[in-house]
Design a protein around this ligand. Structure first.
Ligand code: GLU
Length: 280
């Protein structure tokens, strides 16, 4: 099996979401069960929405869950680096200045990308057009999420990105950035070196409409630390998020293992080759 280098990349803009705990766990399992590295990246380039108290909360939350990482860094410490790469793209004719901002300027005709499970995801012409002109650096000098994330994923040798399905549209843009970095011959950038896996969002029933809706930030049940405050054990929370959208093939499994702890999860994860992530 491959060695998976993975990361979790929360933005410090609010409480630590249960869905982030879930993808953190998936990424951690992928790395820890294959001898890869697992990185905590703080996506703090949105100057208007970041808050240092929320950064601390990210460390506290992962610590409580017992999800350890090989190292951590903040994107805000790399602002010059992103600008330098954007400028290298300008020099190479793949980006242009637009006032103080820098935009990608390519004419790639990528109309699909393939996810970790070999599912082919279409990119519409409109999305391709948008991606070929993507803002890389905003006029405040800070990088956009879609640019910074790919630069970092390449810089840190990430070869598998597991995240929520709400990022599928972003991936369509990120493959253009990845293609541009590949053409720039930036480090080991290559579309072949990076796999994307999107897991279904945590859904709840809307009490008013009775329809299934995503577990939004506004719902108190999305706040990971509320489980700690209510005396849930971290392993119970991990067991619960792991079993969302996954069940063992053997019907007896649940009887024998009412809870799946980290060691068992690692073992199962390795055996099943990422079945927990159940991505499509
Ligand atoms: N900062 C992004 C988020 O919080 C990271 C998404 C990703 O994993 O690339 O959703």
């Amino acid at each position: 099996m491959n060695t998976f280098n993975t990361r979790v990349a929360p933005s410090p803009t609010g409480h630590f979401h249960l869905g982030t705990a879930r993808t953190a766990y998936h990424n951690w399992l992928a790395a820890r069960s294959t001898g890869g590295k697992f990185i905590l990246r703080i996506d703090d380039t949105d100057q208007n929405r970041n808050n240092d108290a929320y950064v601390d909360l990210i460390y506290t939350a992962l610590d409580w869950l017992g999800i350890d990482y090989d190292y951590t860094f903040r994107q805000s410490d790399k602002i010059k680096h992103y600008k330098d790469i954007a400028n290298a793209l300008v020099d190479a004719g793949m980006a242009v200045y637009d006032g103080d901002a820098i935009r990608l300027k390519t004419s790639y005709t990528l109309d699909t990308w393939t996810d970790f499970t070999n599912k082919v995801i279409p990119i519409t012409n409109k999305d391709a057009d948008f991606a070929n002109n993507l803002v890389l650096i905003k006029s405040d000098g800070y990088p956009t999420y879609n640019f910074a994330t790919i630069v970092d994923d390449v810089d840190t040798d990430i070869n598998l990105v597991i995240r929520g399905a709400d990022h599928i549209a972003n991936t369509s843009k990120q493959v253009f950035v990845l293609q541009a970095l590949t053409d720039l011959k930036y480090k080991n950038a290559s579309r072949n070196n990076m796999a994307f896996c999107h897991v279904g969002l945590i859904m709840v029933k809307d009490p008013v409409t009775q329809k299934m809706i995503k577990l939004s930030k506004r719902n108190a049940a999305s706040n990971l630390m509320a489980y700690k405050d209510n005396d849930y054990l971290p392993d119970a929370v991990l067991n619960a998020v792991l079993r969302l959208g996954w069940a063992h093939k053997d019907a007896m499994f649940d009887k024998i293992h009412p809870t799946v702890n980290k060691d068992l999860a690692k073992h199962l994860f390795f055996q099943g080759n990422l079945k927990f992530a159940n991505c499509s």
